[in-house]
Design a protein around this ligand. Structure first.
Ligand SMILES: NC(=O)c1ccc[n+]([C@@H]2O[C@H](COP(=O)([O-])OP(=O)(O)OC[C@H]3O[C@@H](n4cnc5c(N)ncnc54)[C@H](OP(=O)(O)O)[C@@H]3O)[C@@H](O)[C@H]2O)c1
Length: 289
């Protein structure tokens, strides 16, 4: 079996490349190797590789930039997905789309979202992610849409390493600030990659939340990160206005894996356990899947 992965150099892509290797031959493609917004390049590359499965993890993930320049968000998140879906439909390929629990948006819910909740995205980024989901579900019959949470993982050097950045920020000071109002589900990228392998092995189809277990505010999350590193640094609630954002990100992005649990297929771990294991790896100088 051949599996093509887009966004293979990204935070999640690195873990997908390693975890899915046991299923067959992997073609991990970086932005440089195939720009998903270039329709001709997408058709030519995929015709050449002829994968059985396309795992689409490429996206623009800068939520603030998406709000400022919606054209980029639409082009990379929506149009790029359209190109890949069209080629997958042409050749009858199975398709995996990586989406976000941020798509649930405003809602009226204080509790974690399940797959059965309505989706009302509030930001340009999440609107384009959701529009892309619709393209996948409306044009393909063999697909997985995976909504993931606040992702952590990667090497120390990875520019999107939230956990390592918090460590660097706190290691030489007595106090840092974090947002107590923003709620989500911290999720280890390695767990997502493992879960996707299980879903593919079981020939599952459709939409799944795929988050580690439990919810947290940003403040809880940062406290747990610093605790895992053994740092004696206070994490105080950020005063209003300290983390002003351009994008109107929903205050609750936390989720539960109702469908995975119903099928008895969940391998997702409590987020605190996953975080402690990952911090341990980072401290030993590792940090990749
Ligand atoms: N990180 C999170 O907390 C989070 C939460 C929910 C959902 N997700 C979703 O999870 C997936 C993976 O995210 P991630 O955290 O791994 O993000 P990431 O580290 O930013 O990786 C995304 C990758 O996509 C590539 N890319 C961007 N535009 C492209 C284009 N036009 N053509 C080809 N490749 C392109 C990027 O390459 P360049 O850097 O070279 O542009 C990057 O390597 C995304 O679909 C994201 O929406 C992430």
């Amino acid at each position: 079996m051949k599996i093509l992965i887009t966004g293979a150099n990204g935070l999640l892509g690195c873990y997908l490349t390693k975890s899915l290797a046991s299923l067959g031959e992997i073609s991990p493609l970086s932005h440089d190797q195939m720009d998903i917004t270039d329709r001709k390049a997408v058709f030519e590359t995929i015709k050449q590789v002829r994968p059985d499965i396309i795992v689409h993890a490429a996206a623009i993930t800068d939520v603030e930039k998406c709000e400022q320049v919606p054209e980029i968000a639409w082009s990379r998140n929506y149009l790029g997905t359209v190109n890949l879906v069209d080629v997958a439909a042409l050749y009858g390929m199975r398709f995996v789309y990586i989406s976000s629990t941020g798509c649930y948006g405003v809602g009226k819910k204080d509790k974690p979202y399940s797959e059965f909740d309505l989706v009302e995205p509030t930001t340009v980024h999440h609107k384009t992610k959701f529009e892309a989901e619709m393209v996948v579900s409306e044009h393909l019959s063999r697909y997985l849409i995976i909504r993931i949470g606040w992702l952590f993982g990667g090497s120390r050097e990875h520019e999107k390493n939230f956990v390592w950045k918090r460590y660097l920020e706190a290691k030489d000071v007595n106090k840092v600030y974090s947002d107590p109002s923003q709620k989500g589900t911290p999720t280890y990228a390695g767990d997502v990659a493992h879960q996707l392998r299980v879903l593919l092995e079981n020939d599952c189809n459709g939409l799944f939340n795929c988050v580690d277990v439990g919810a947290a505010s940003r403040l809880d999350y940062v406290r747990e990160i610093l605790k895992a590193f053994g740092l004696d640094c206070e994490v105080a609630p950020a005063p209003g206005g300290m983390f002003n954002r351009i994008a109107p990100v929903a205050t609750n992005e936390s989720a539960v894996n109702v469908k995975l649990d119903m099928l008895g297929l969940s391998v997702m771990r409590p987020w605190r356990e996953a975080l402690a294991g990952y911090v341990n790896e980072l401290m030993r100088g590792k940090g990749n899947a």
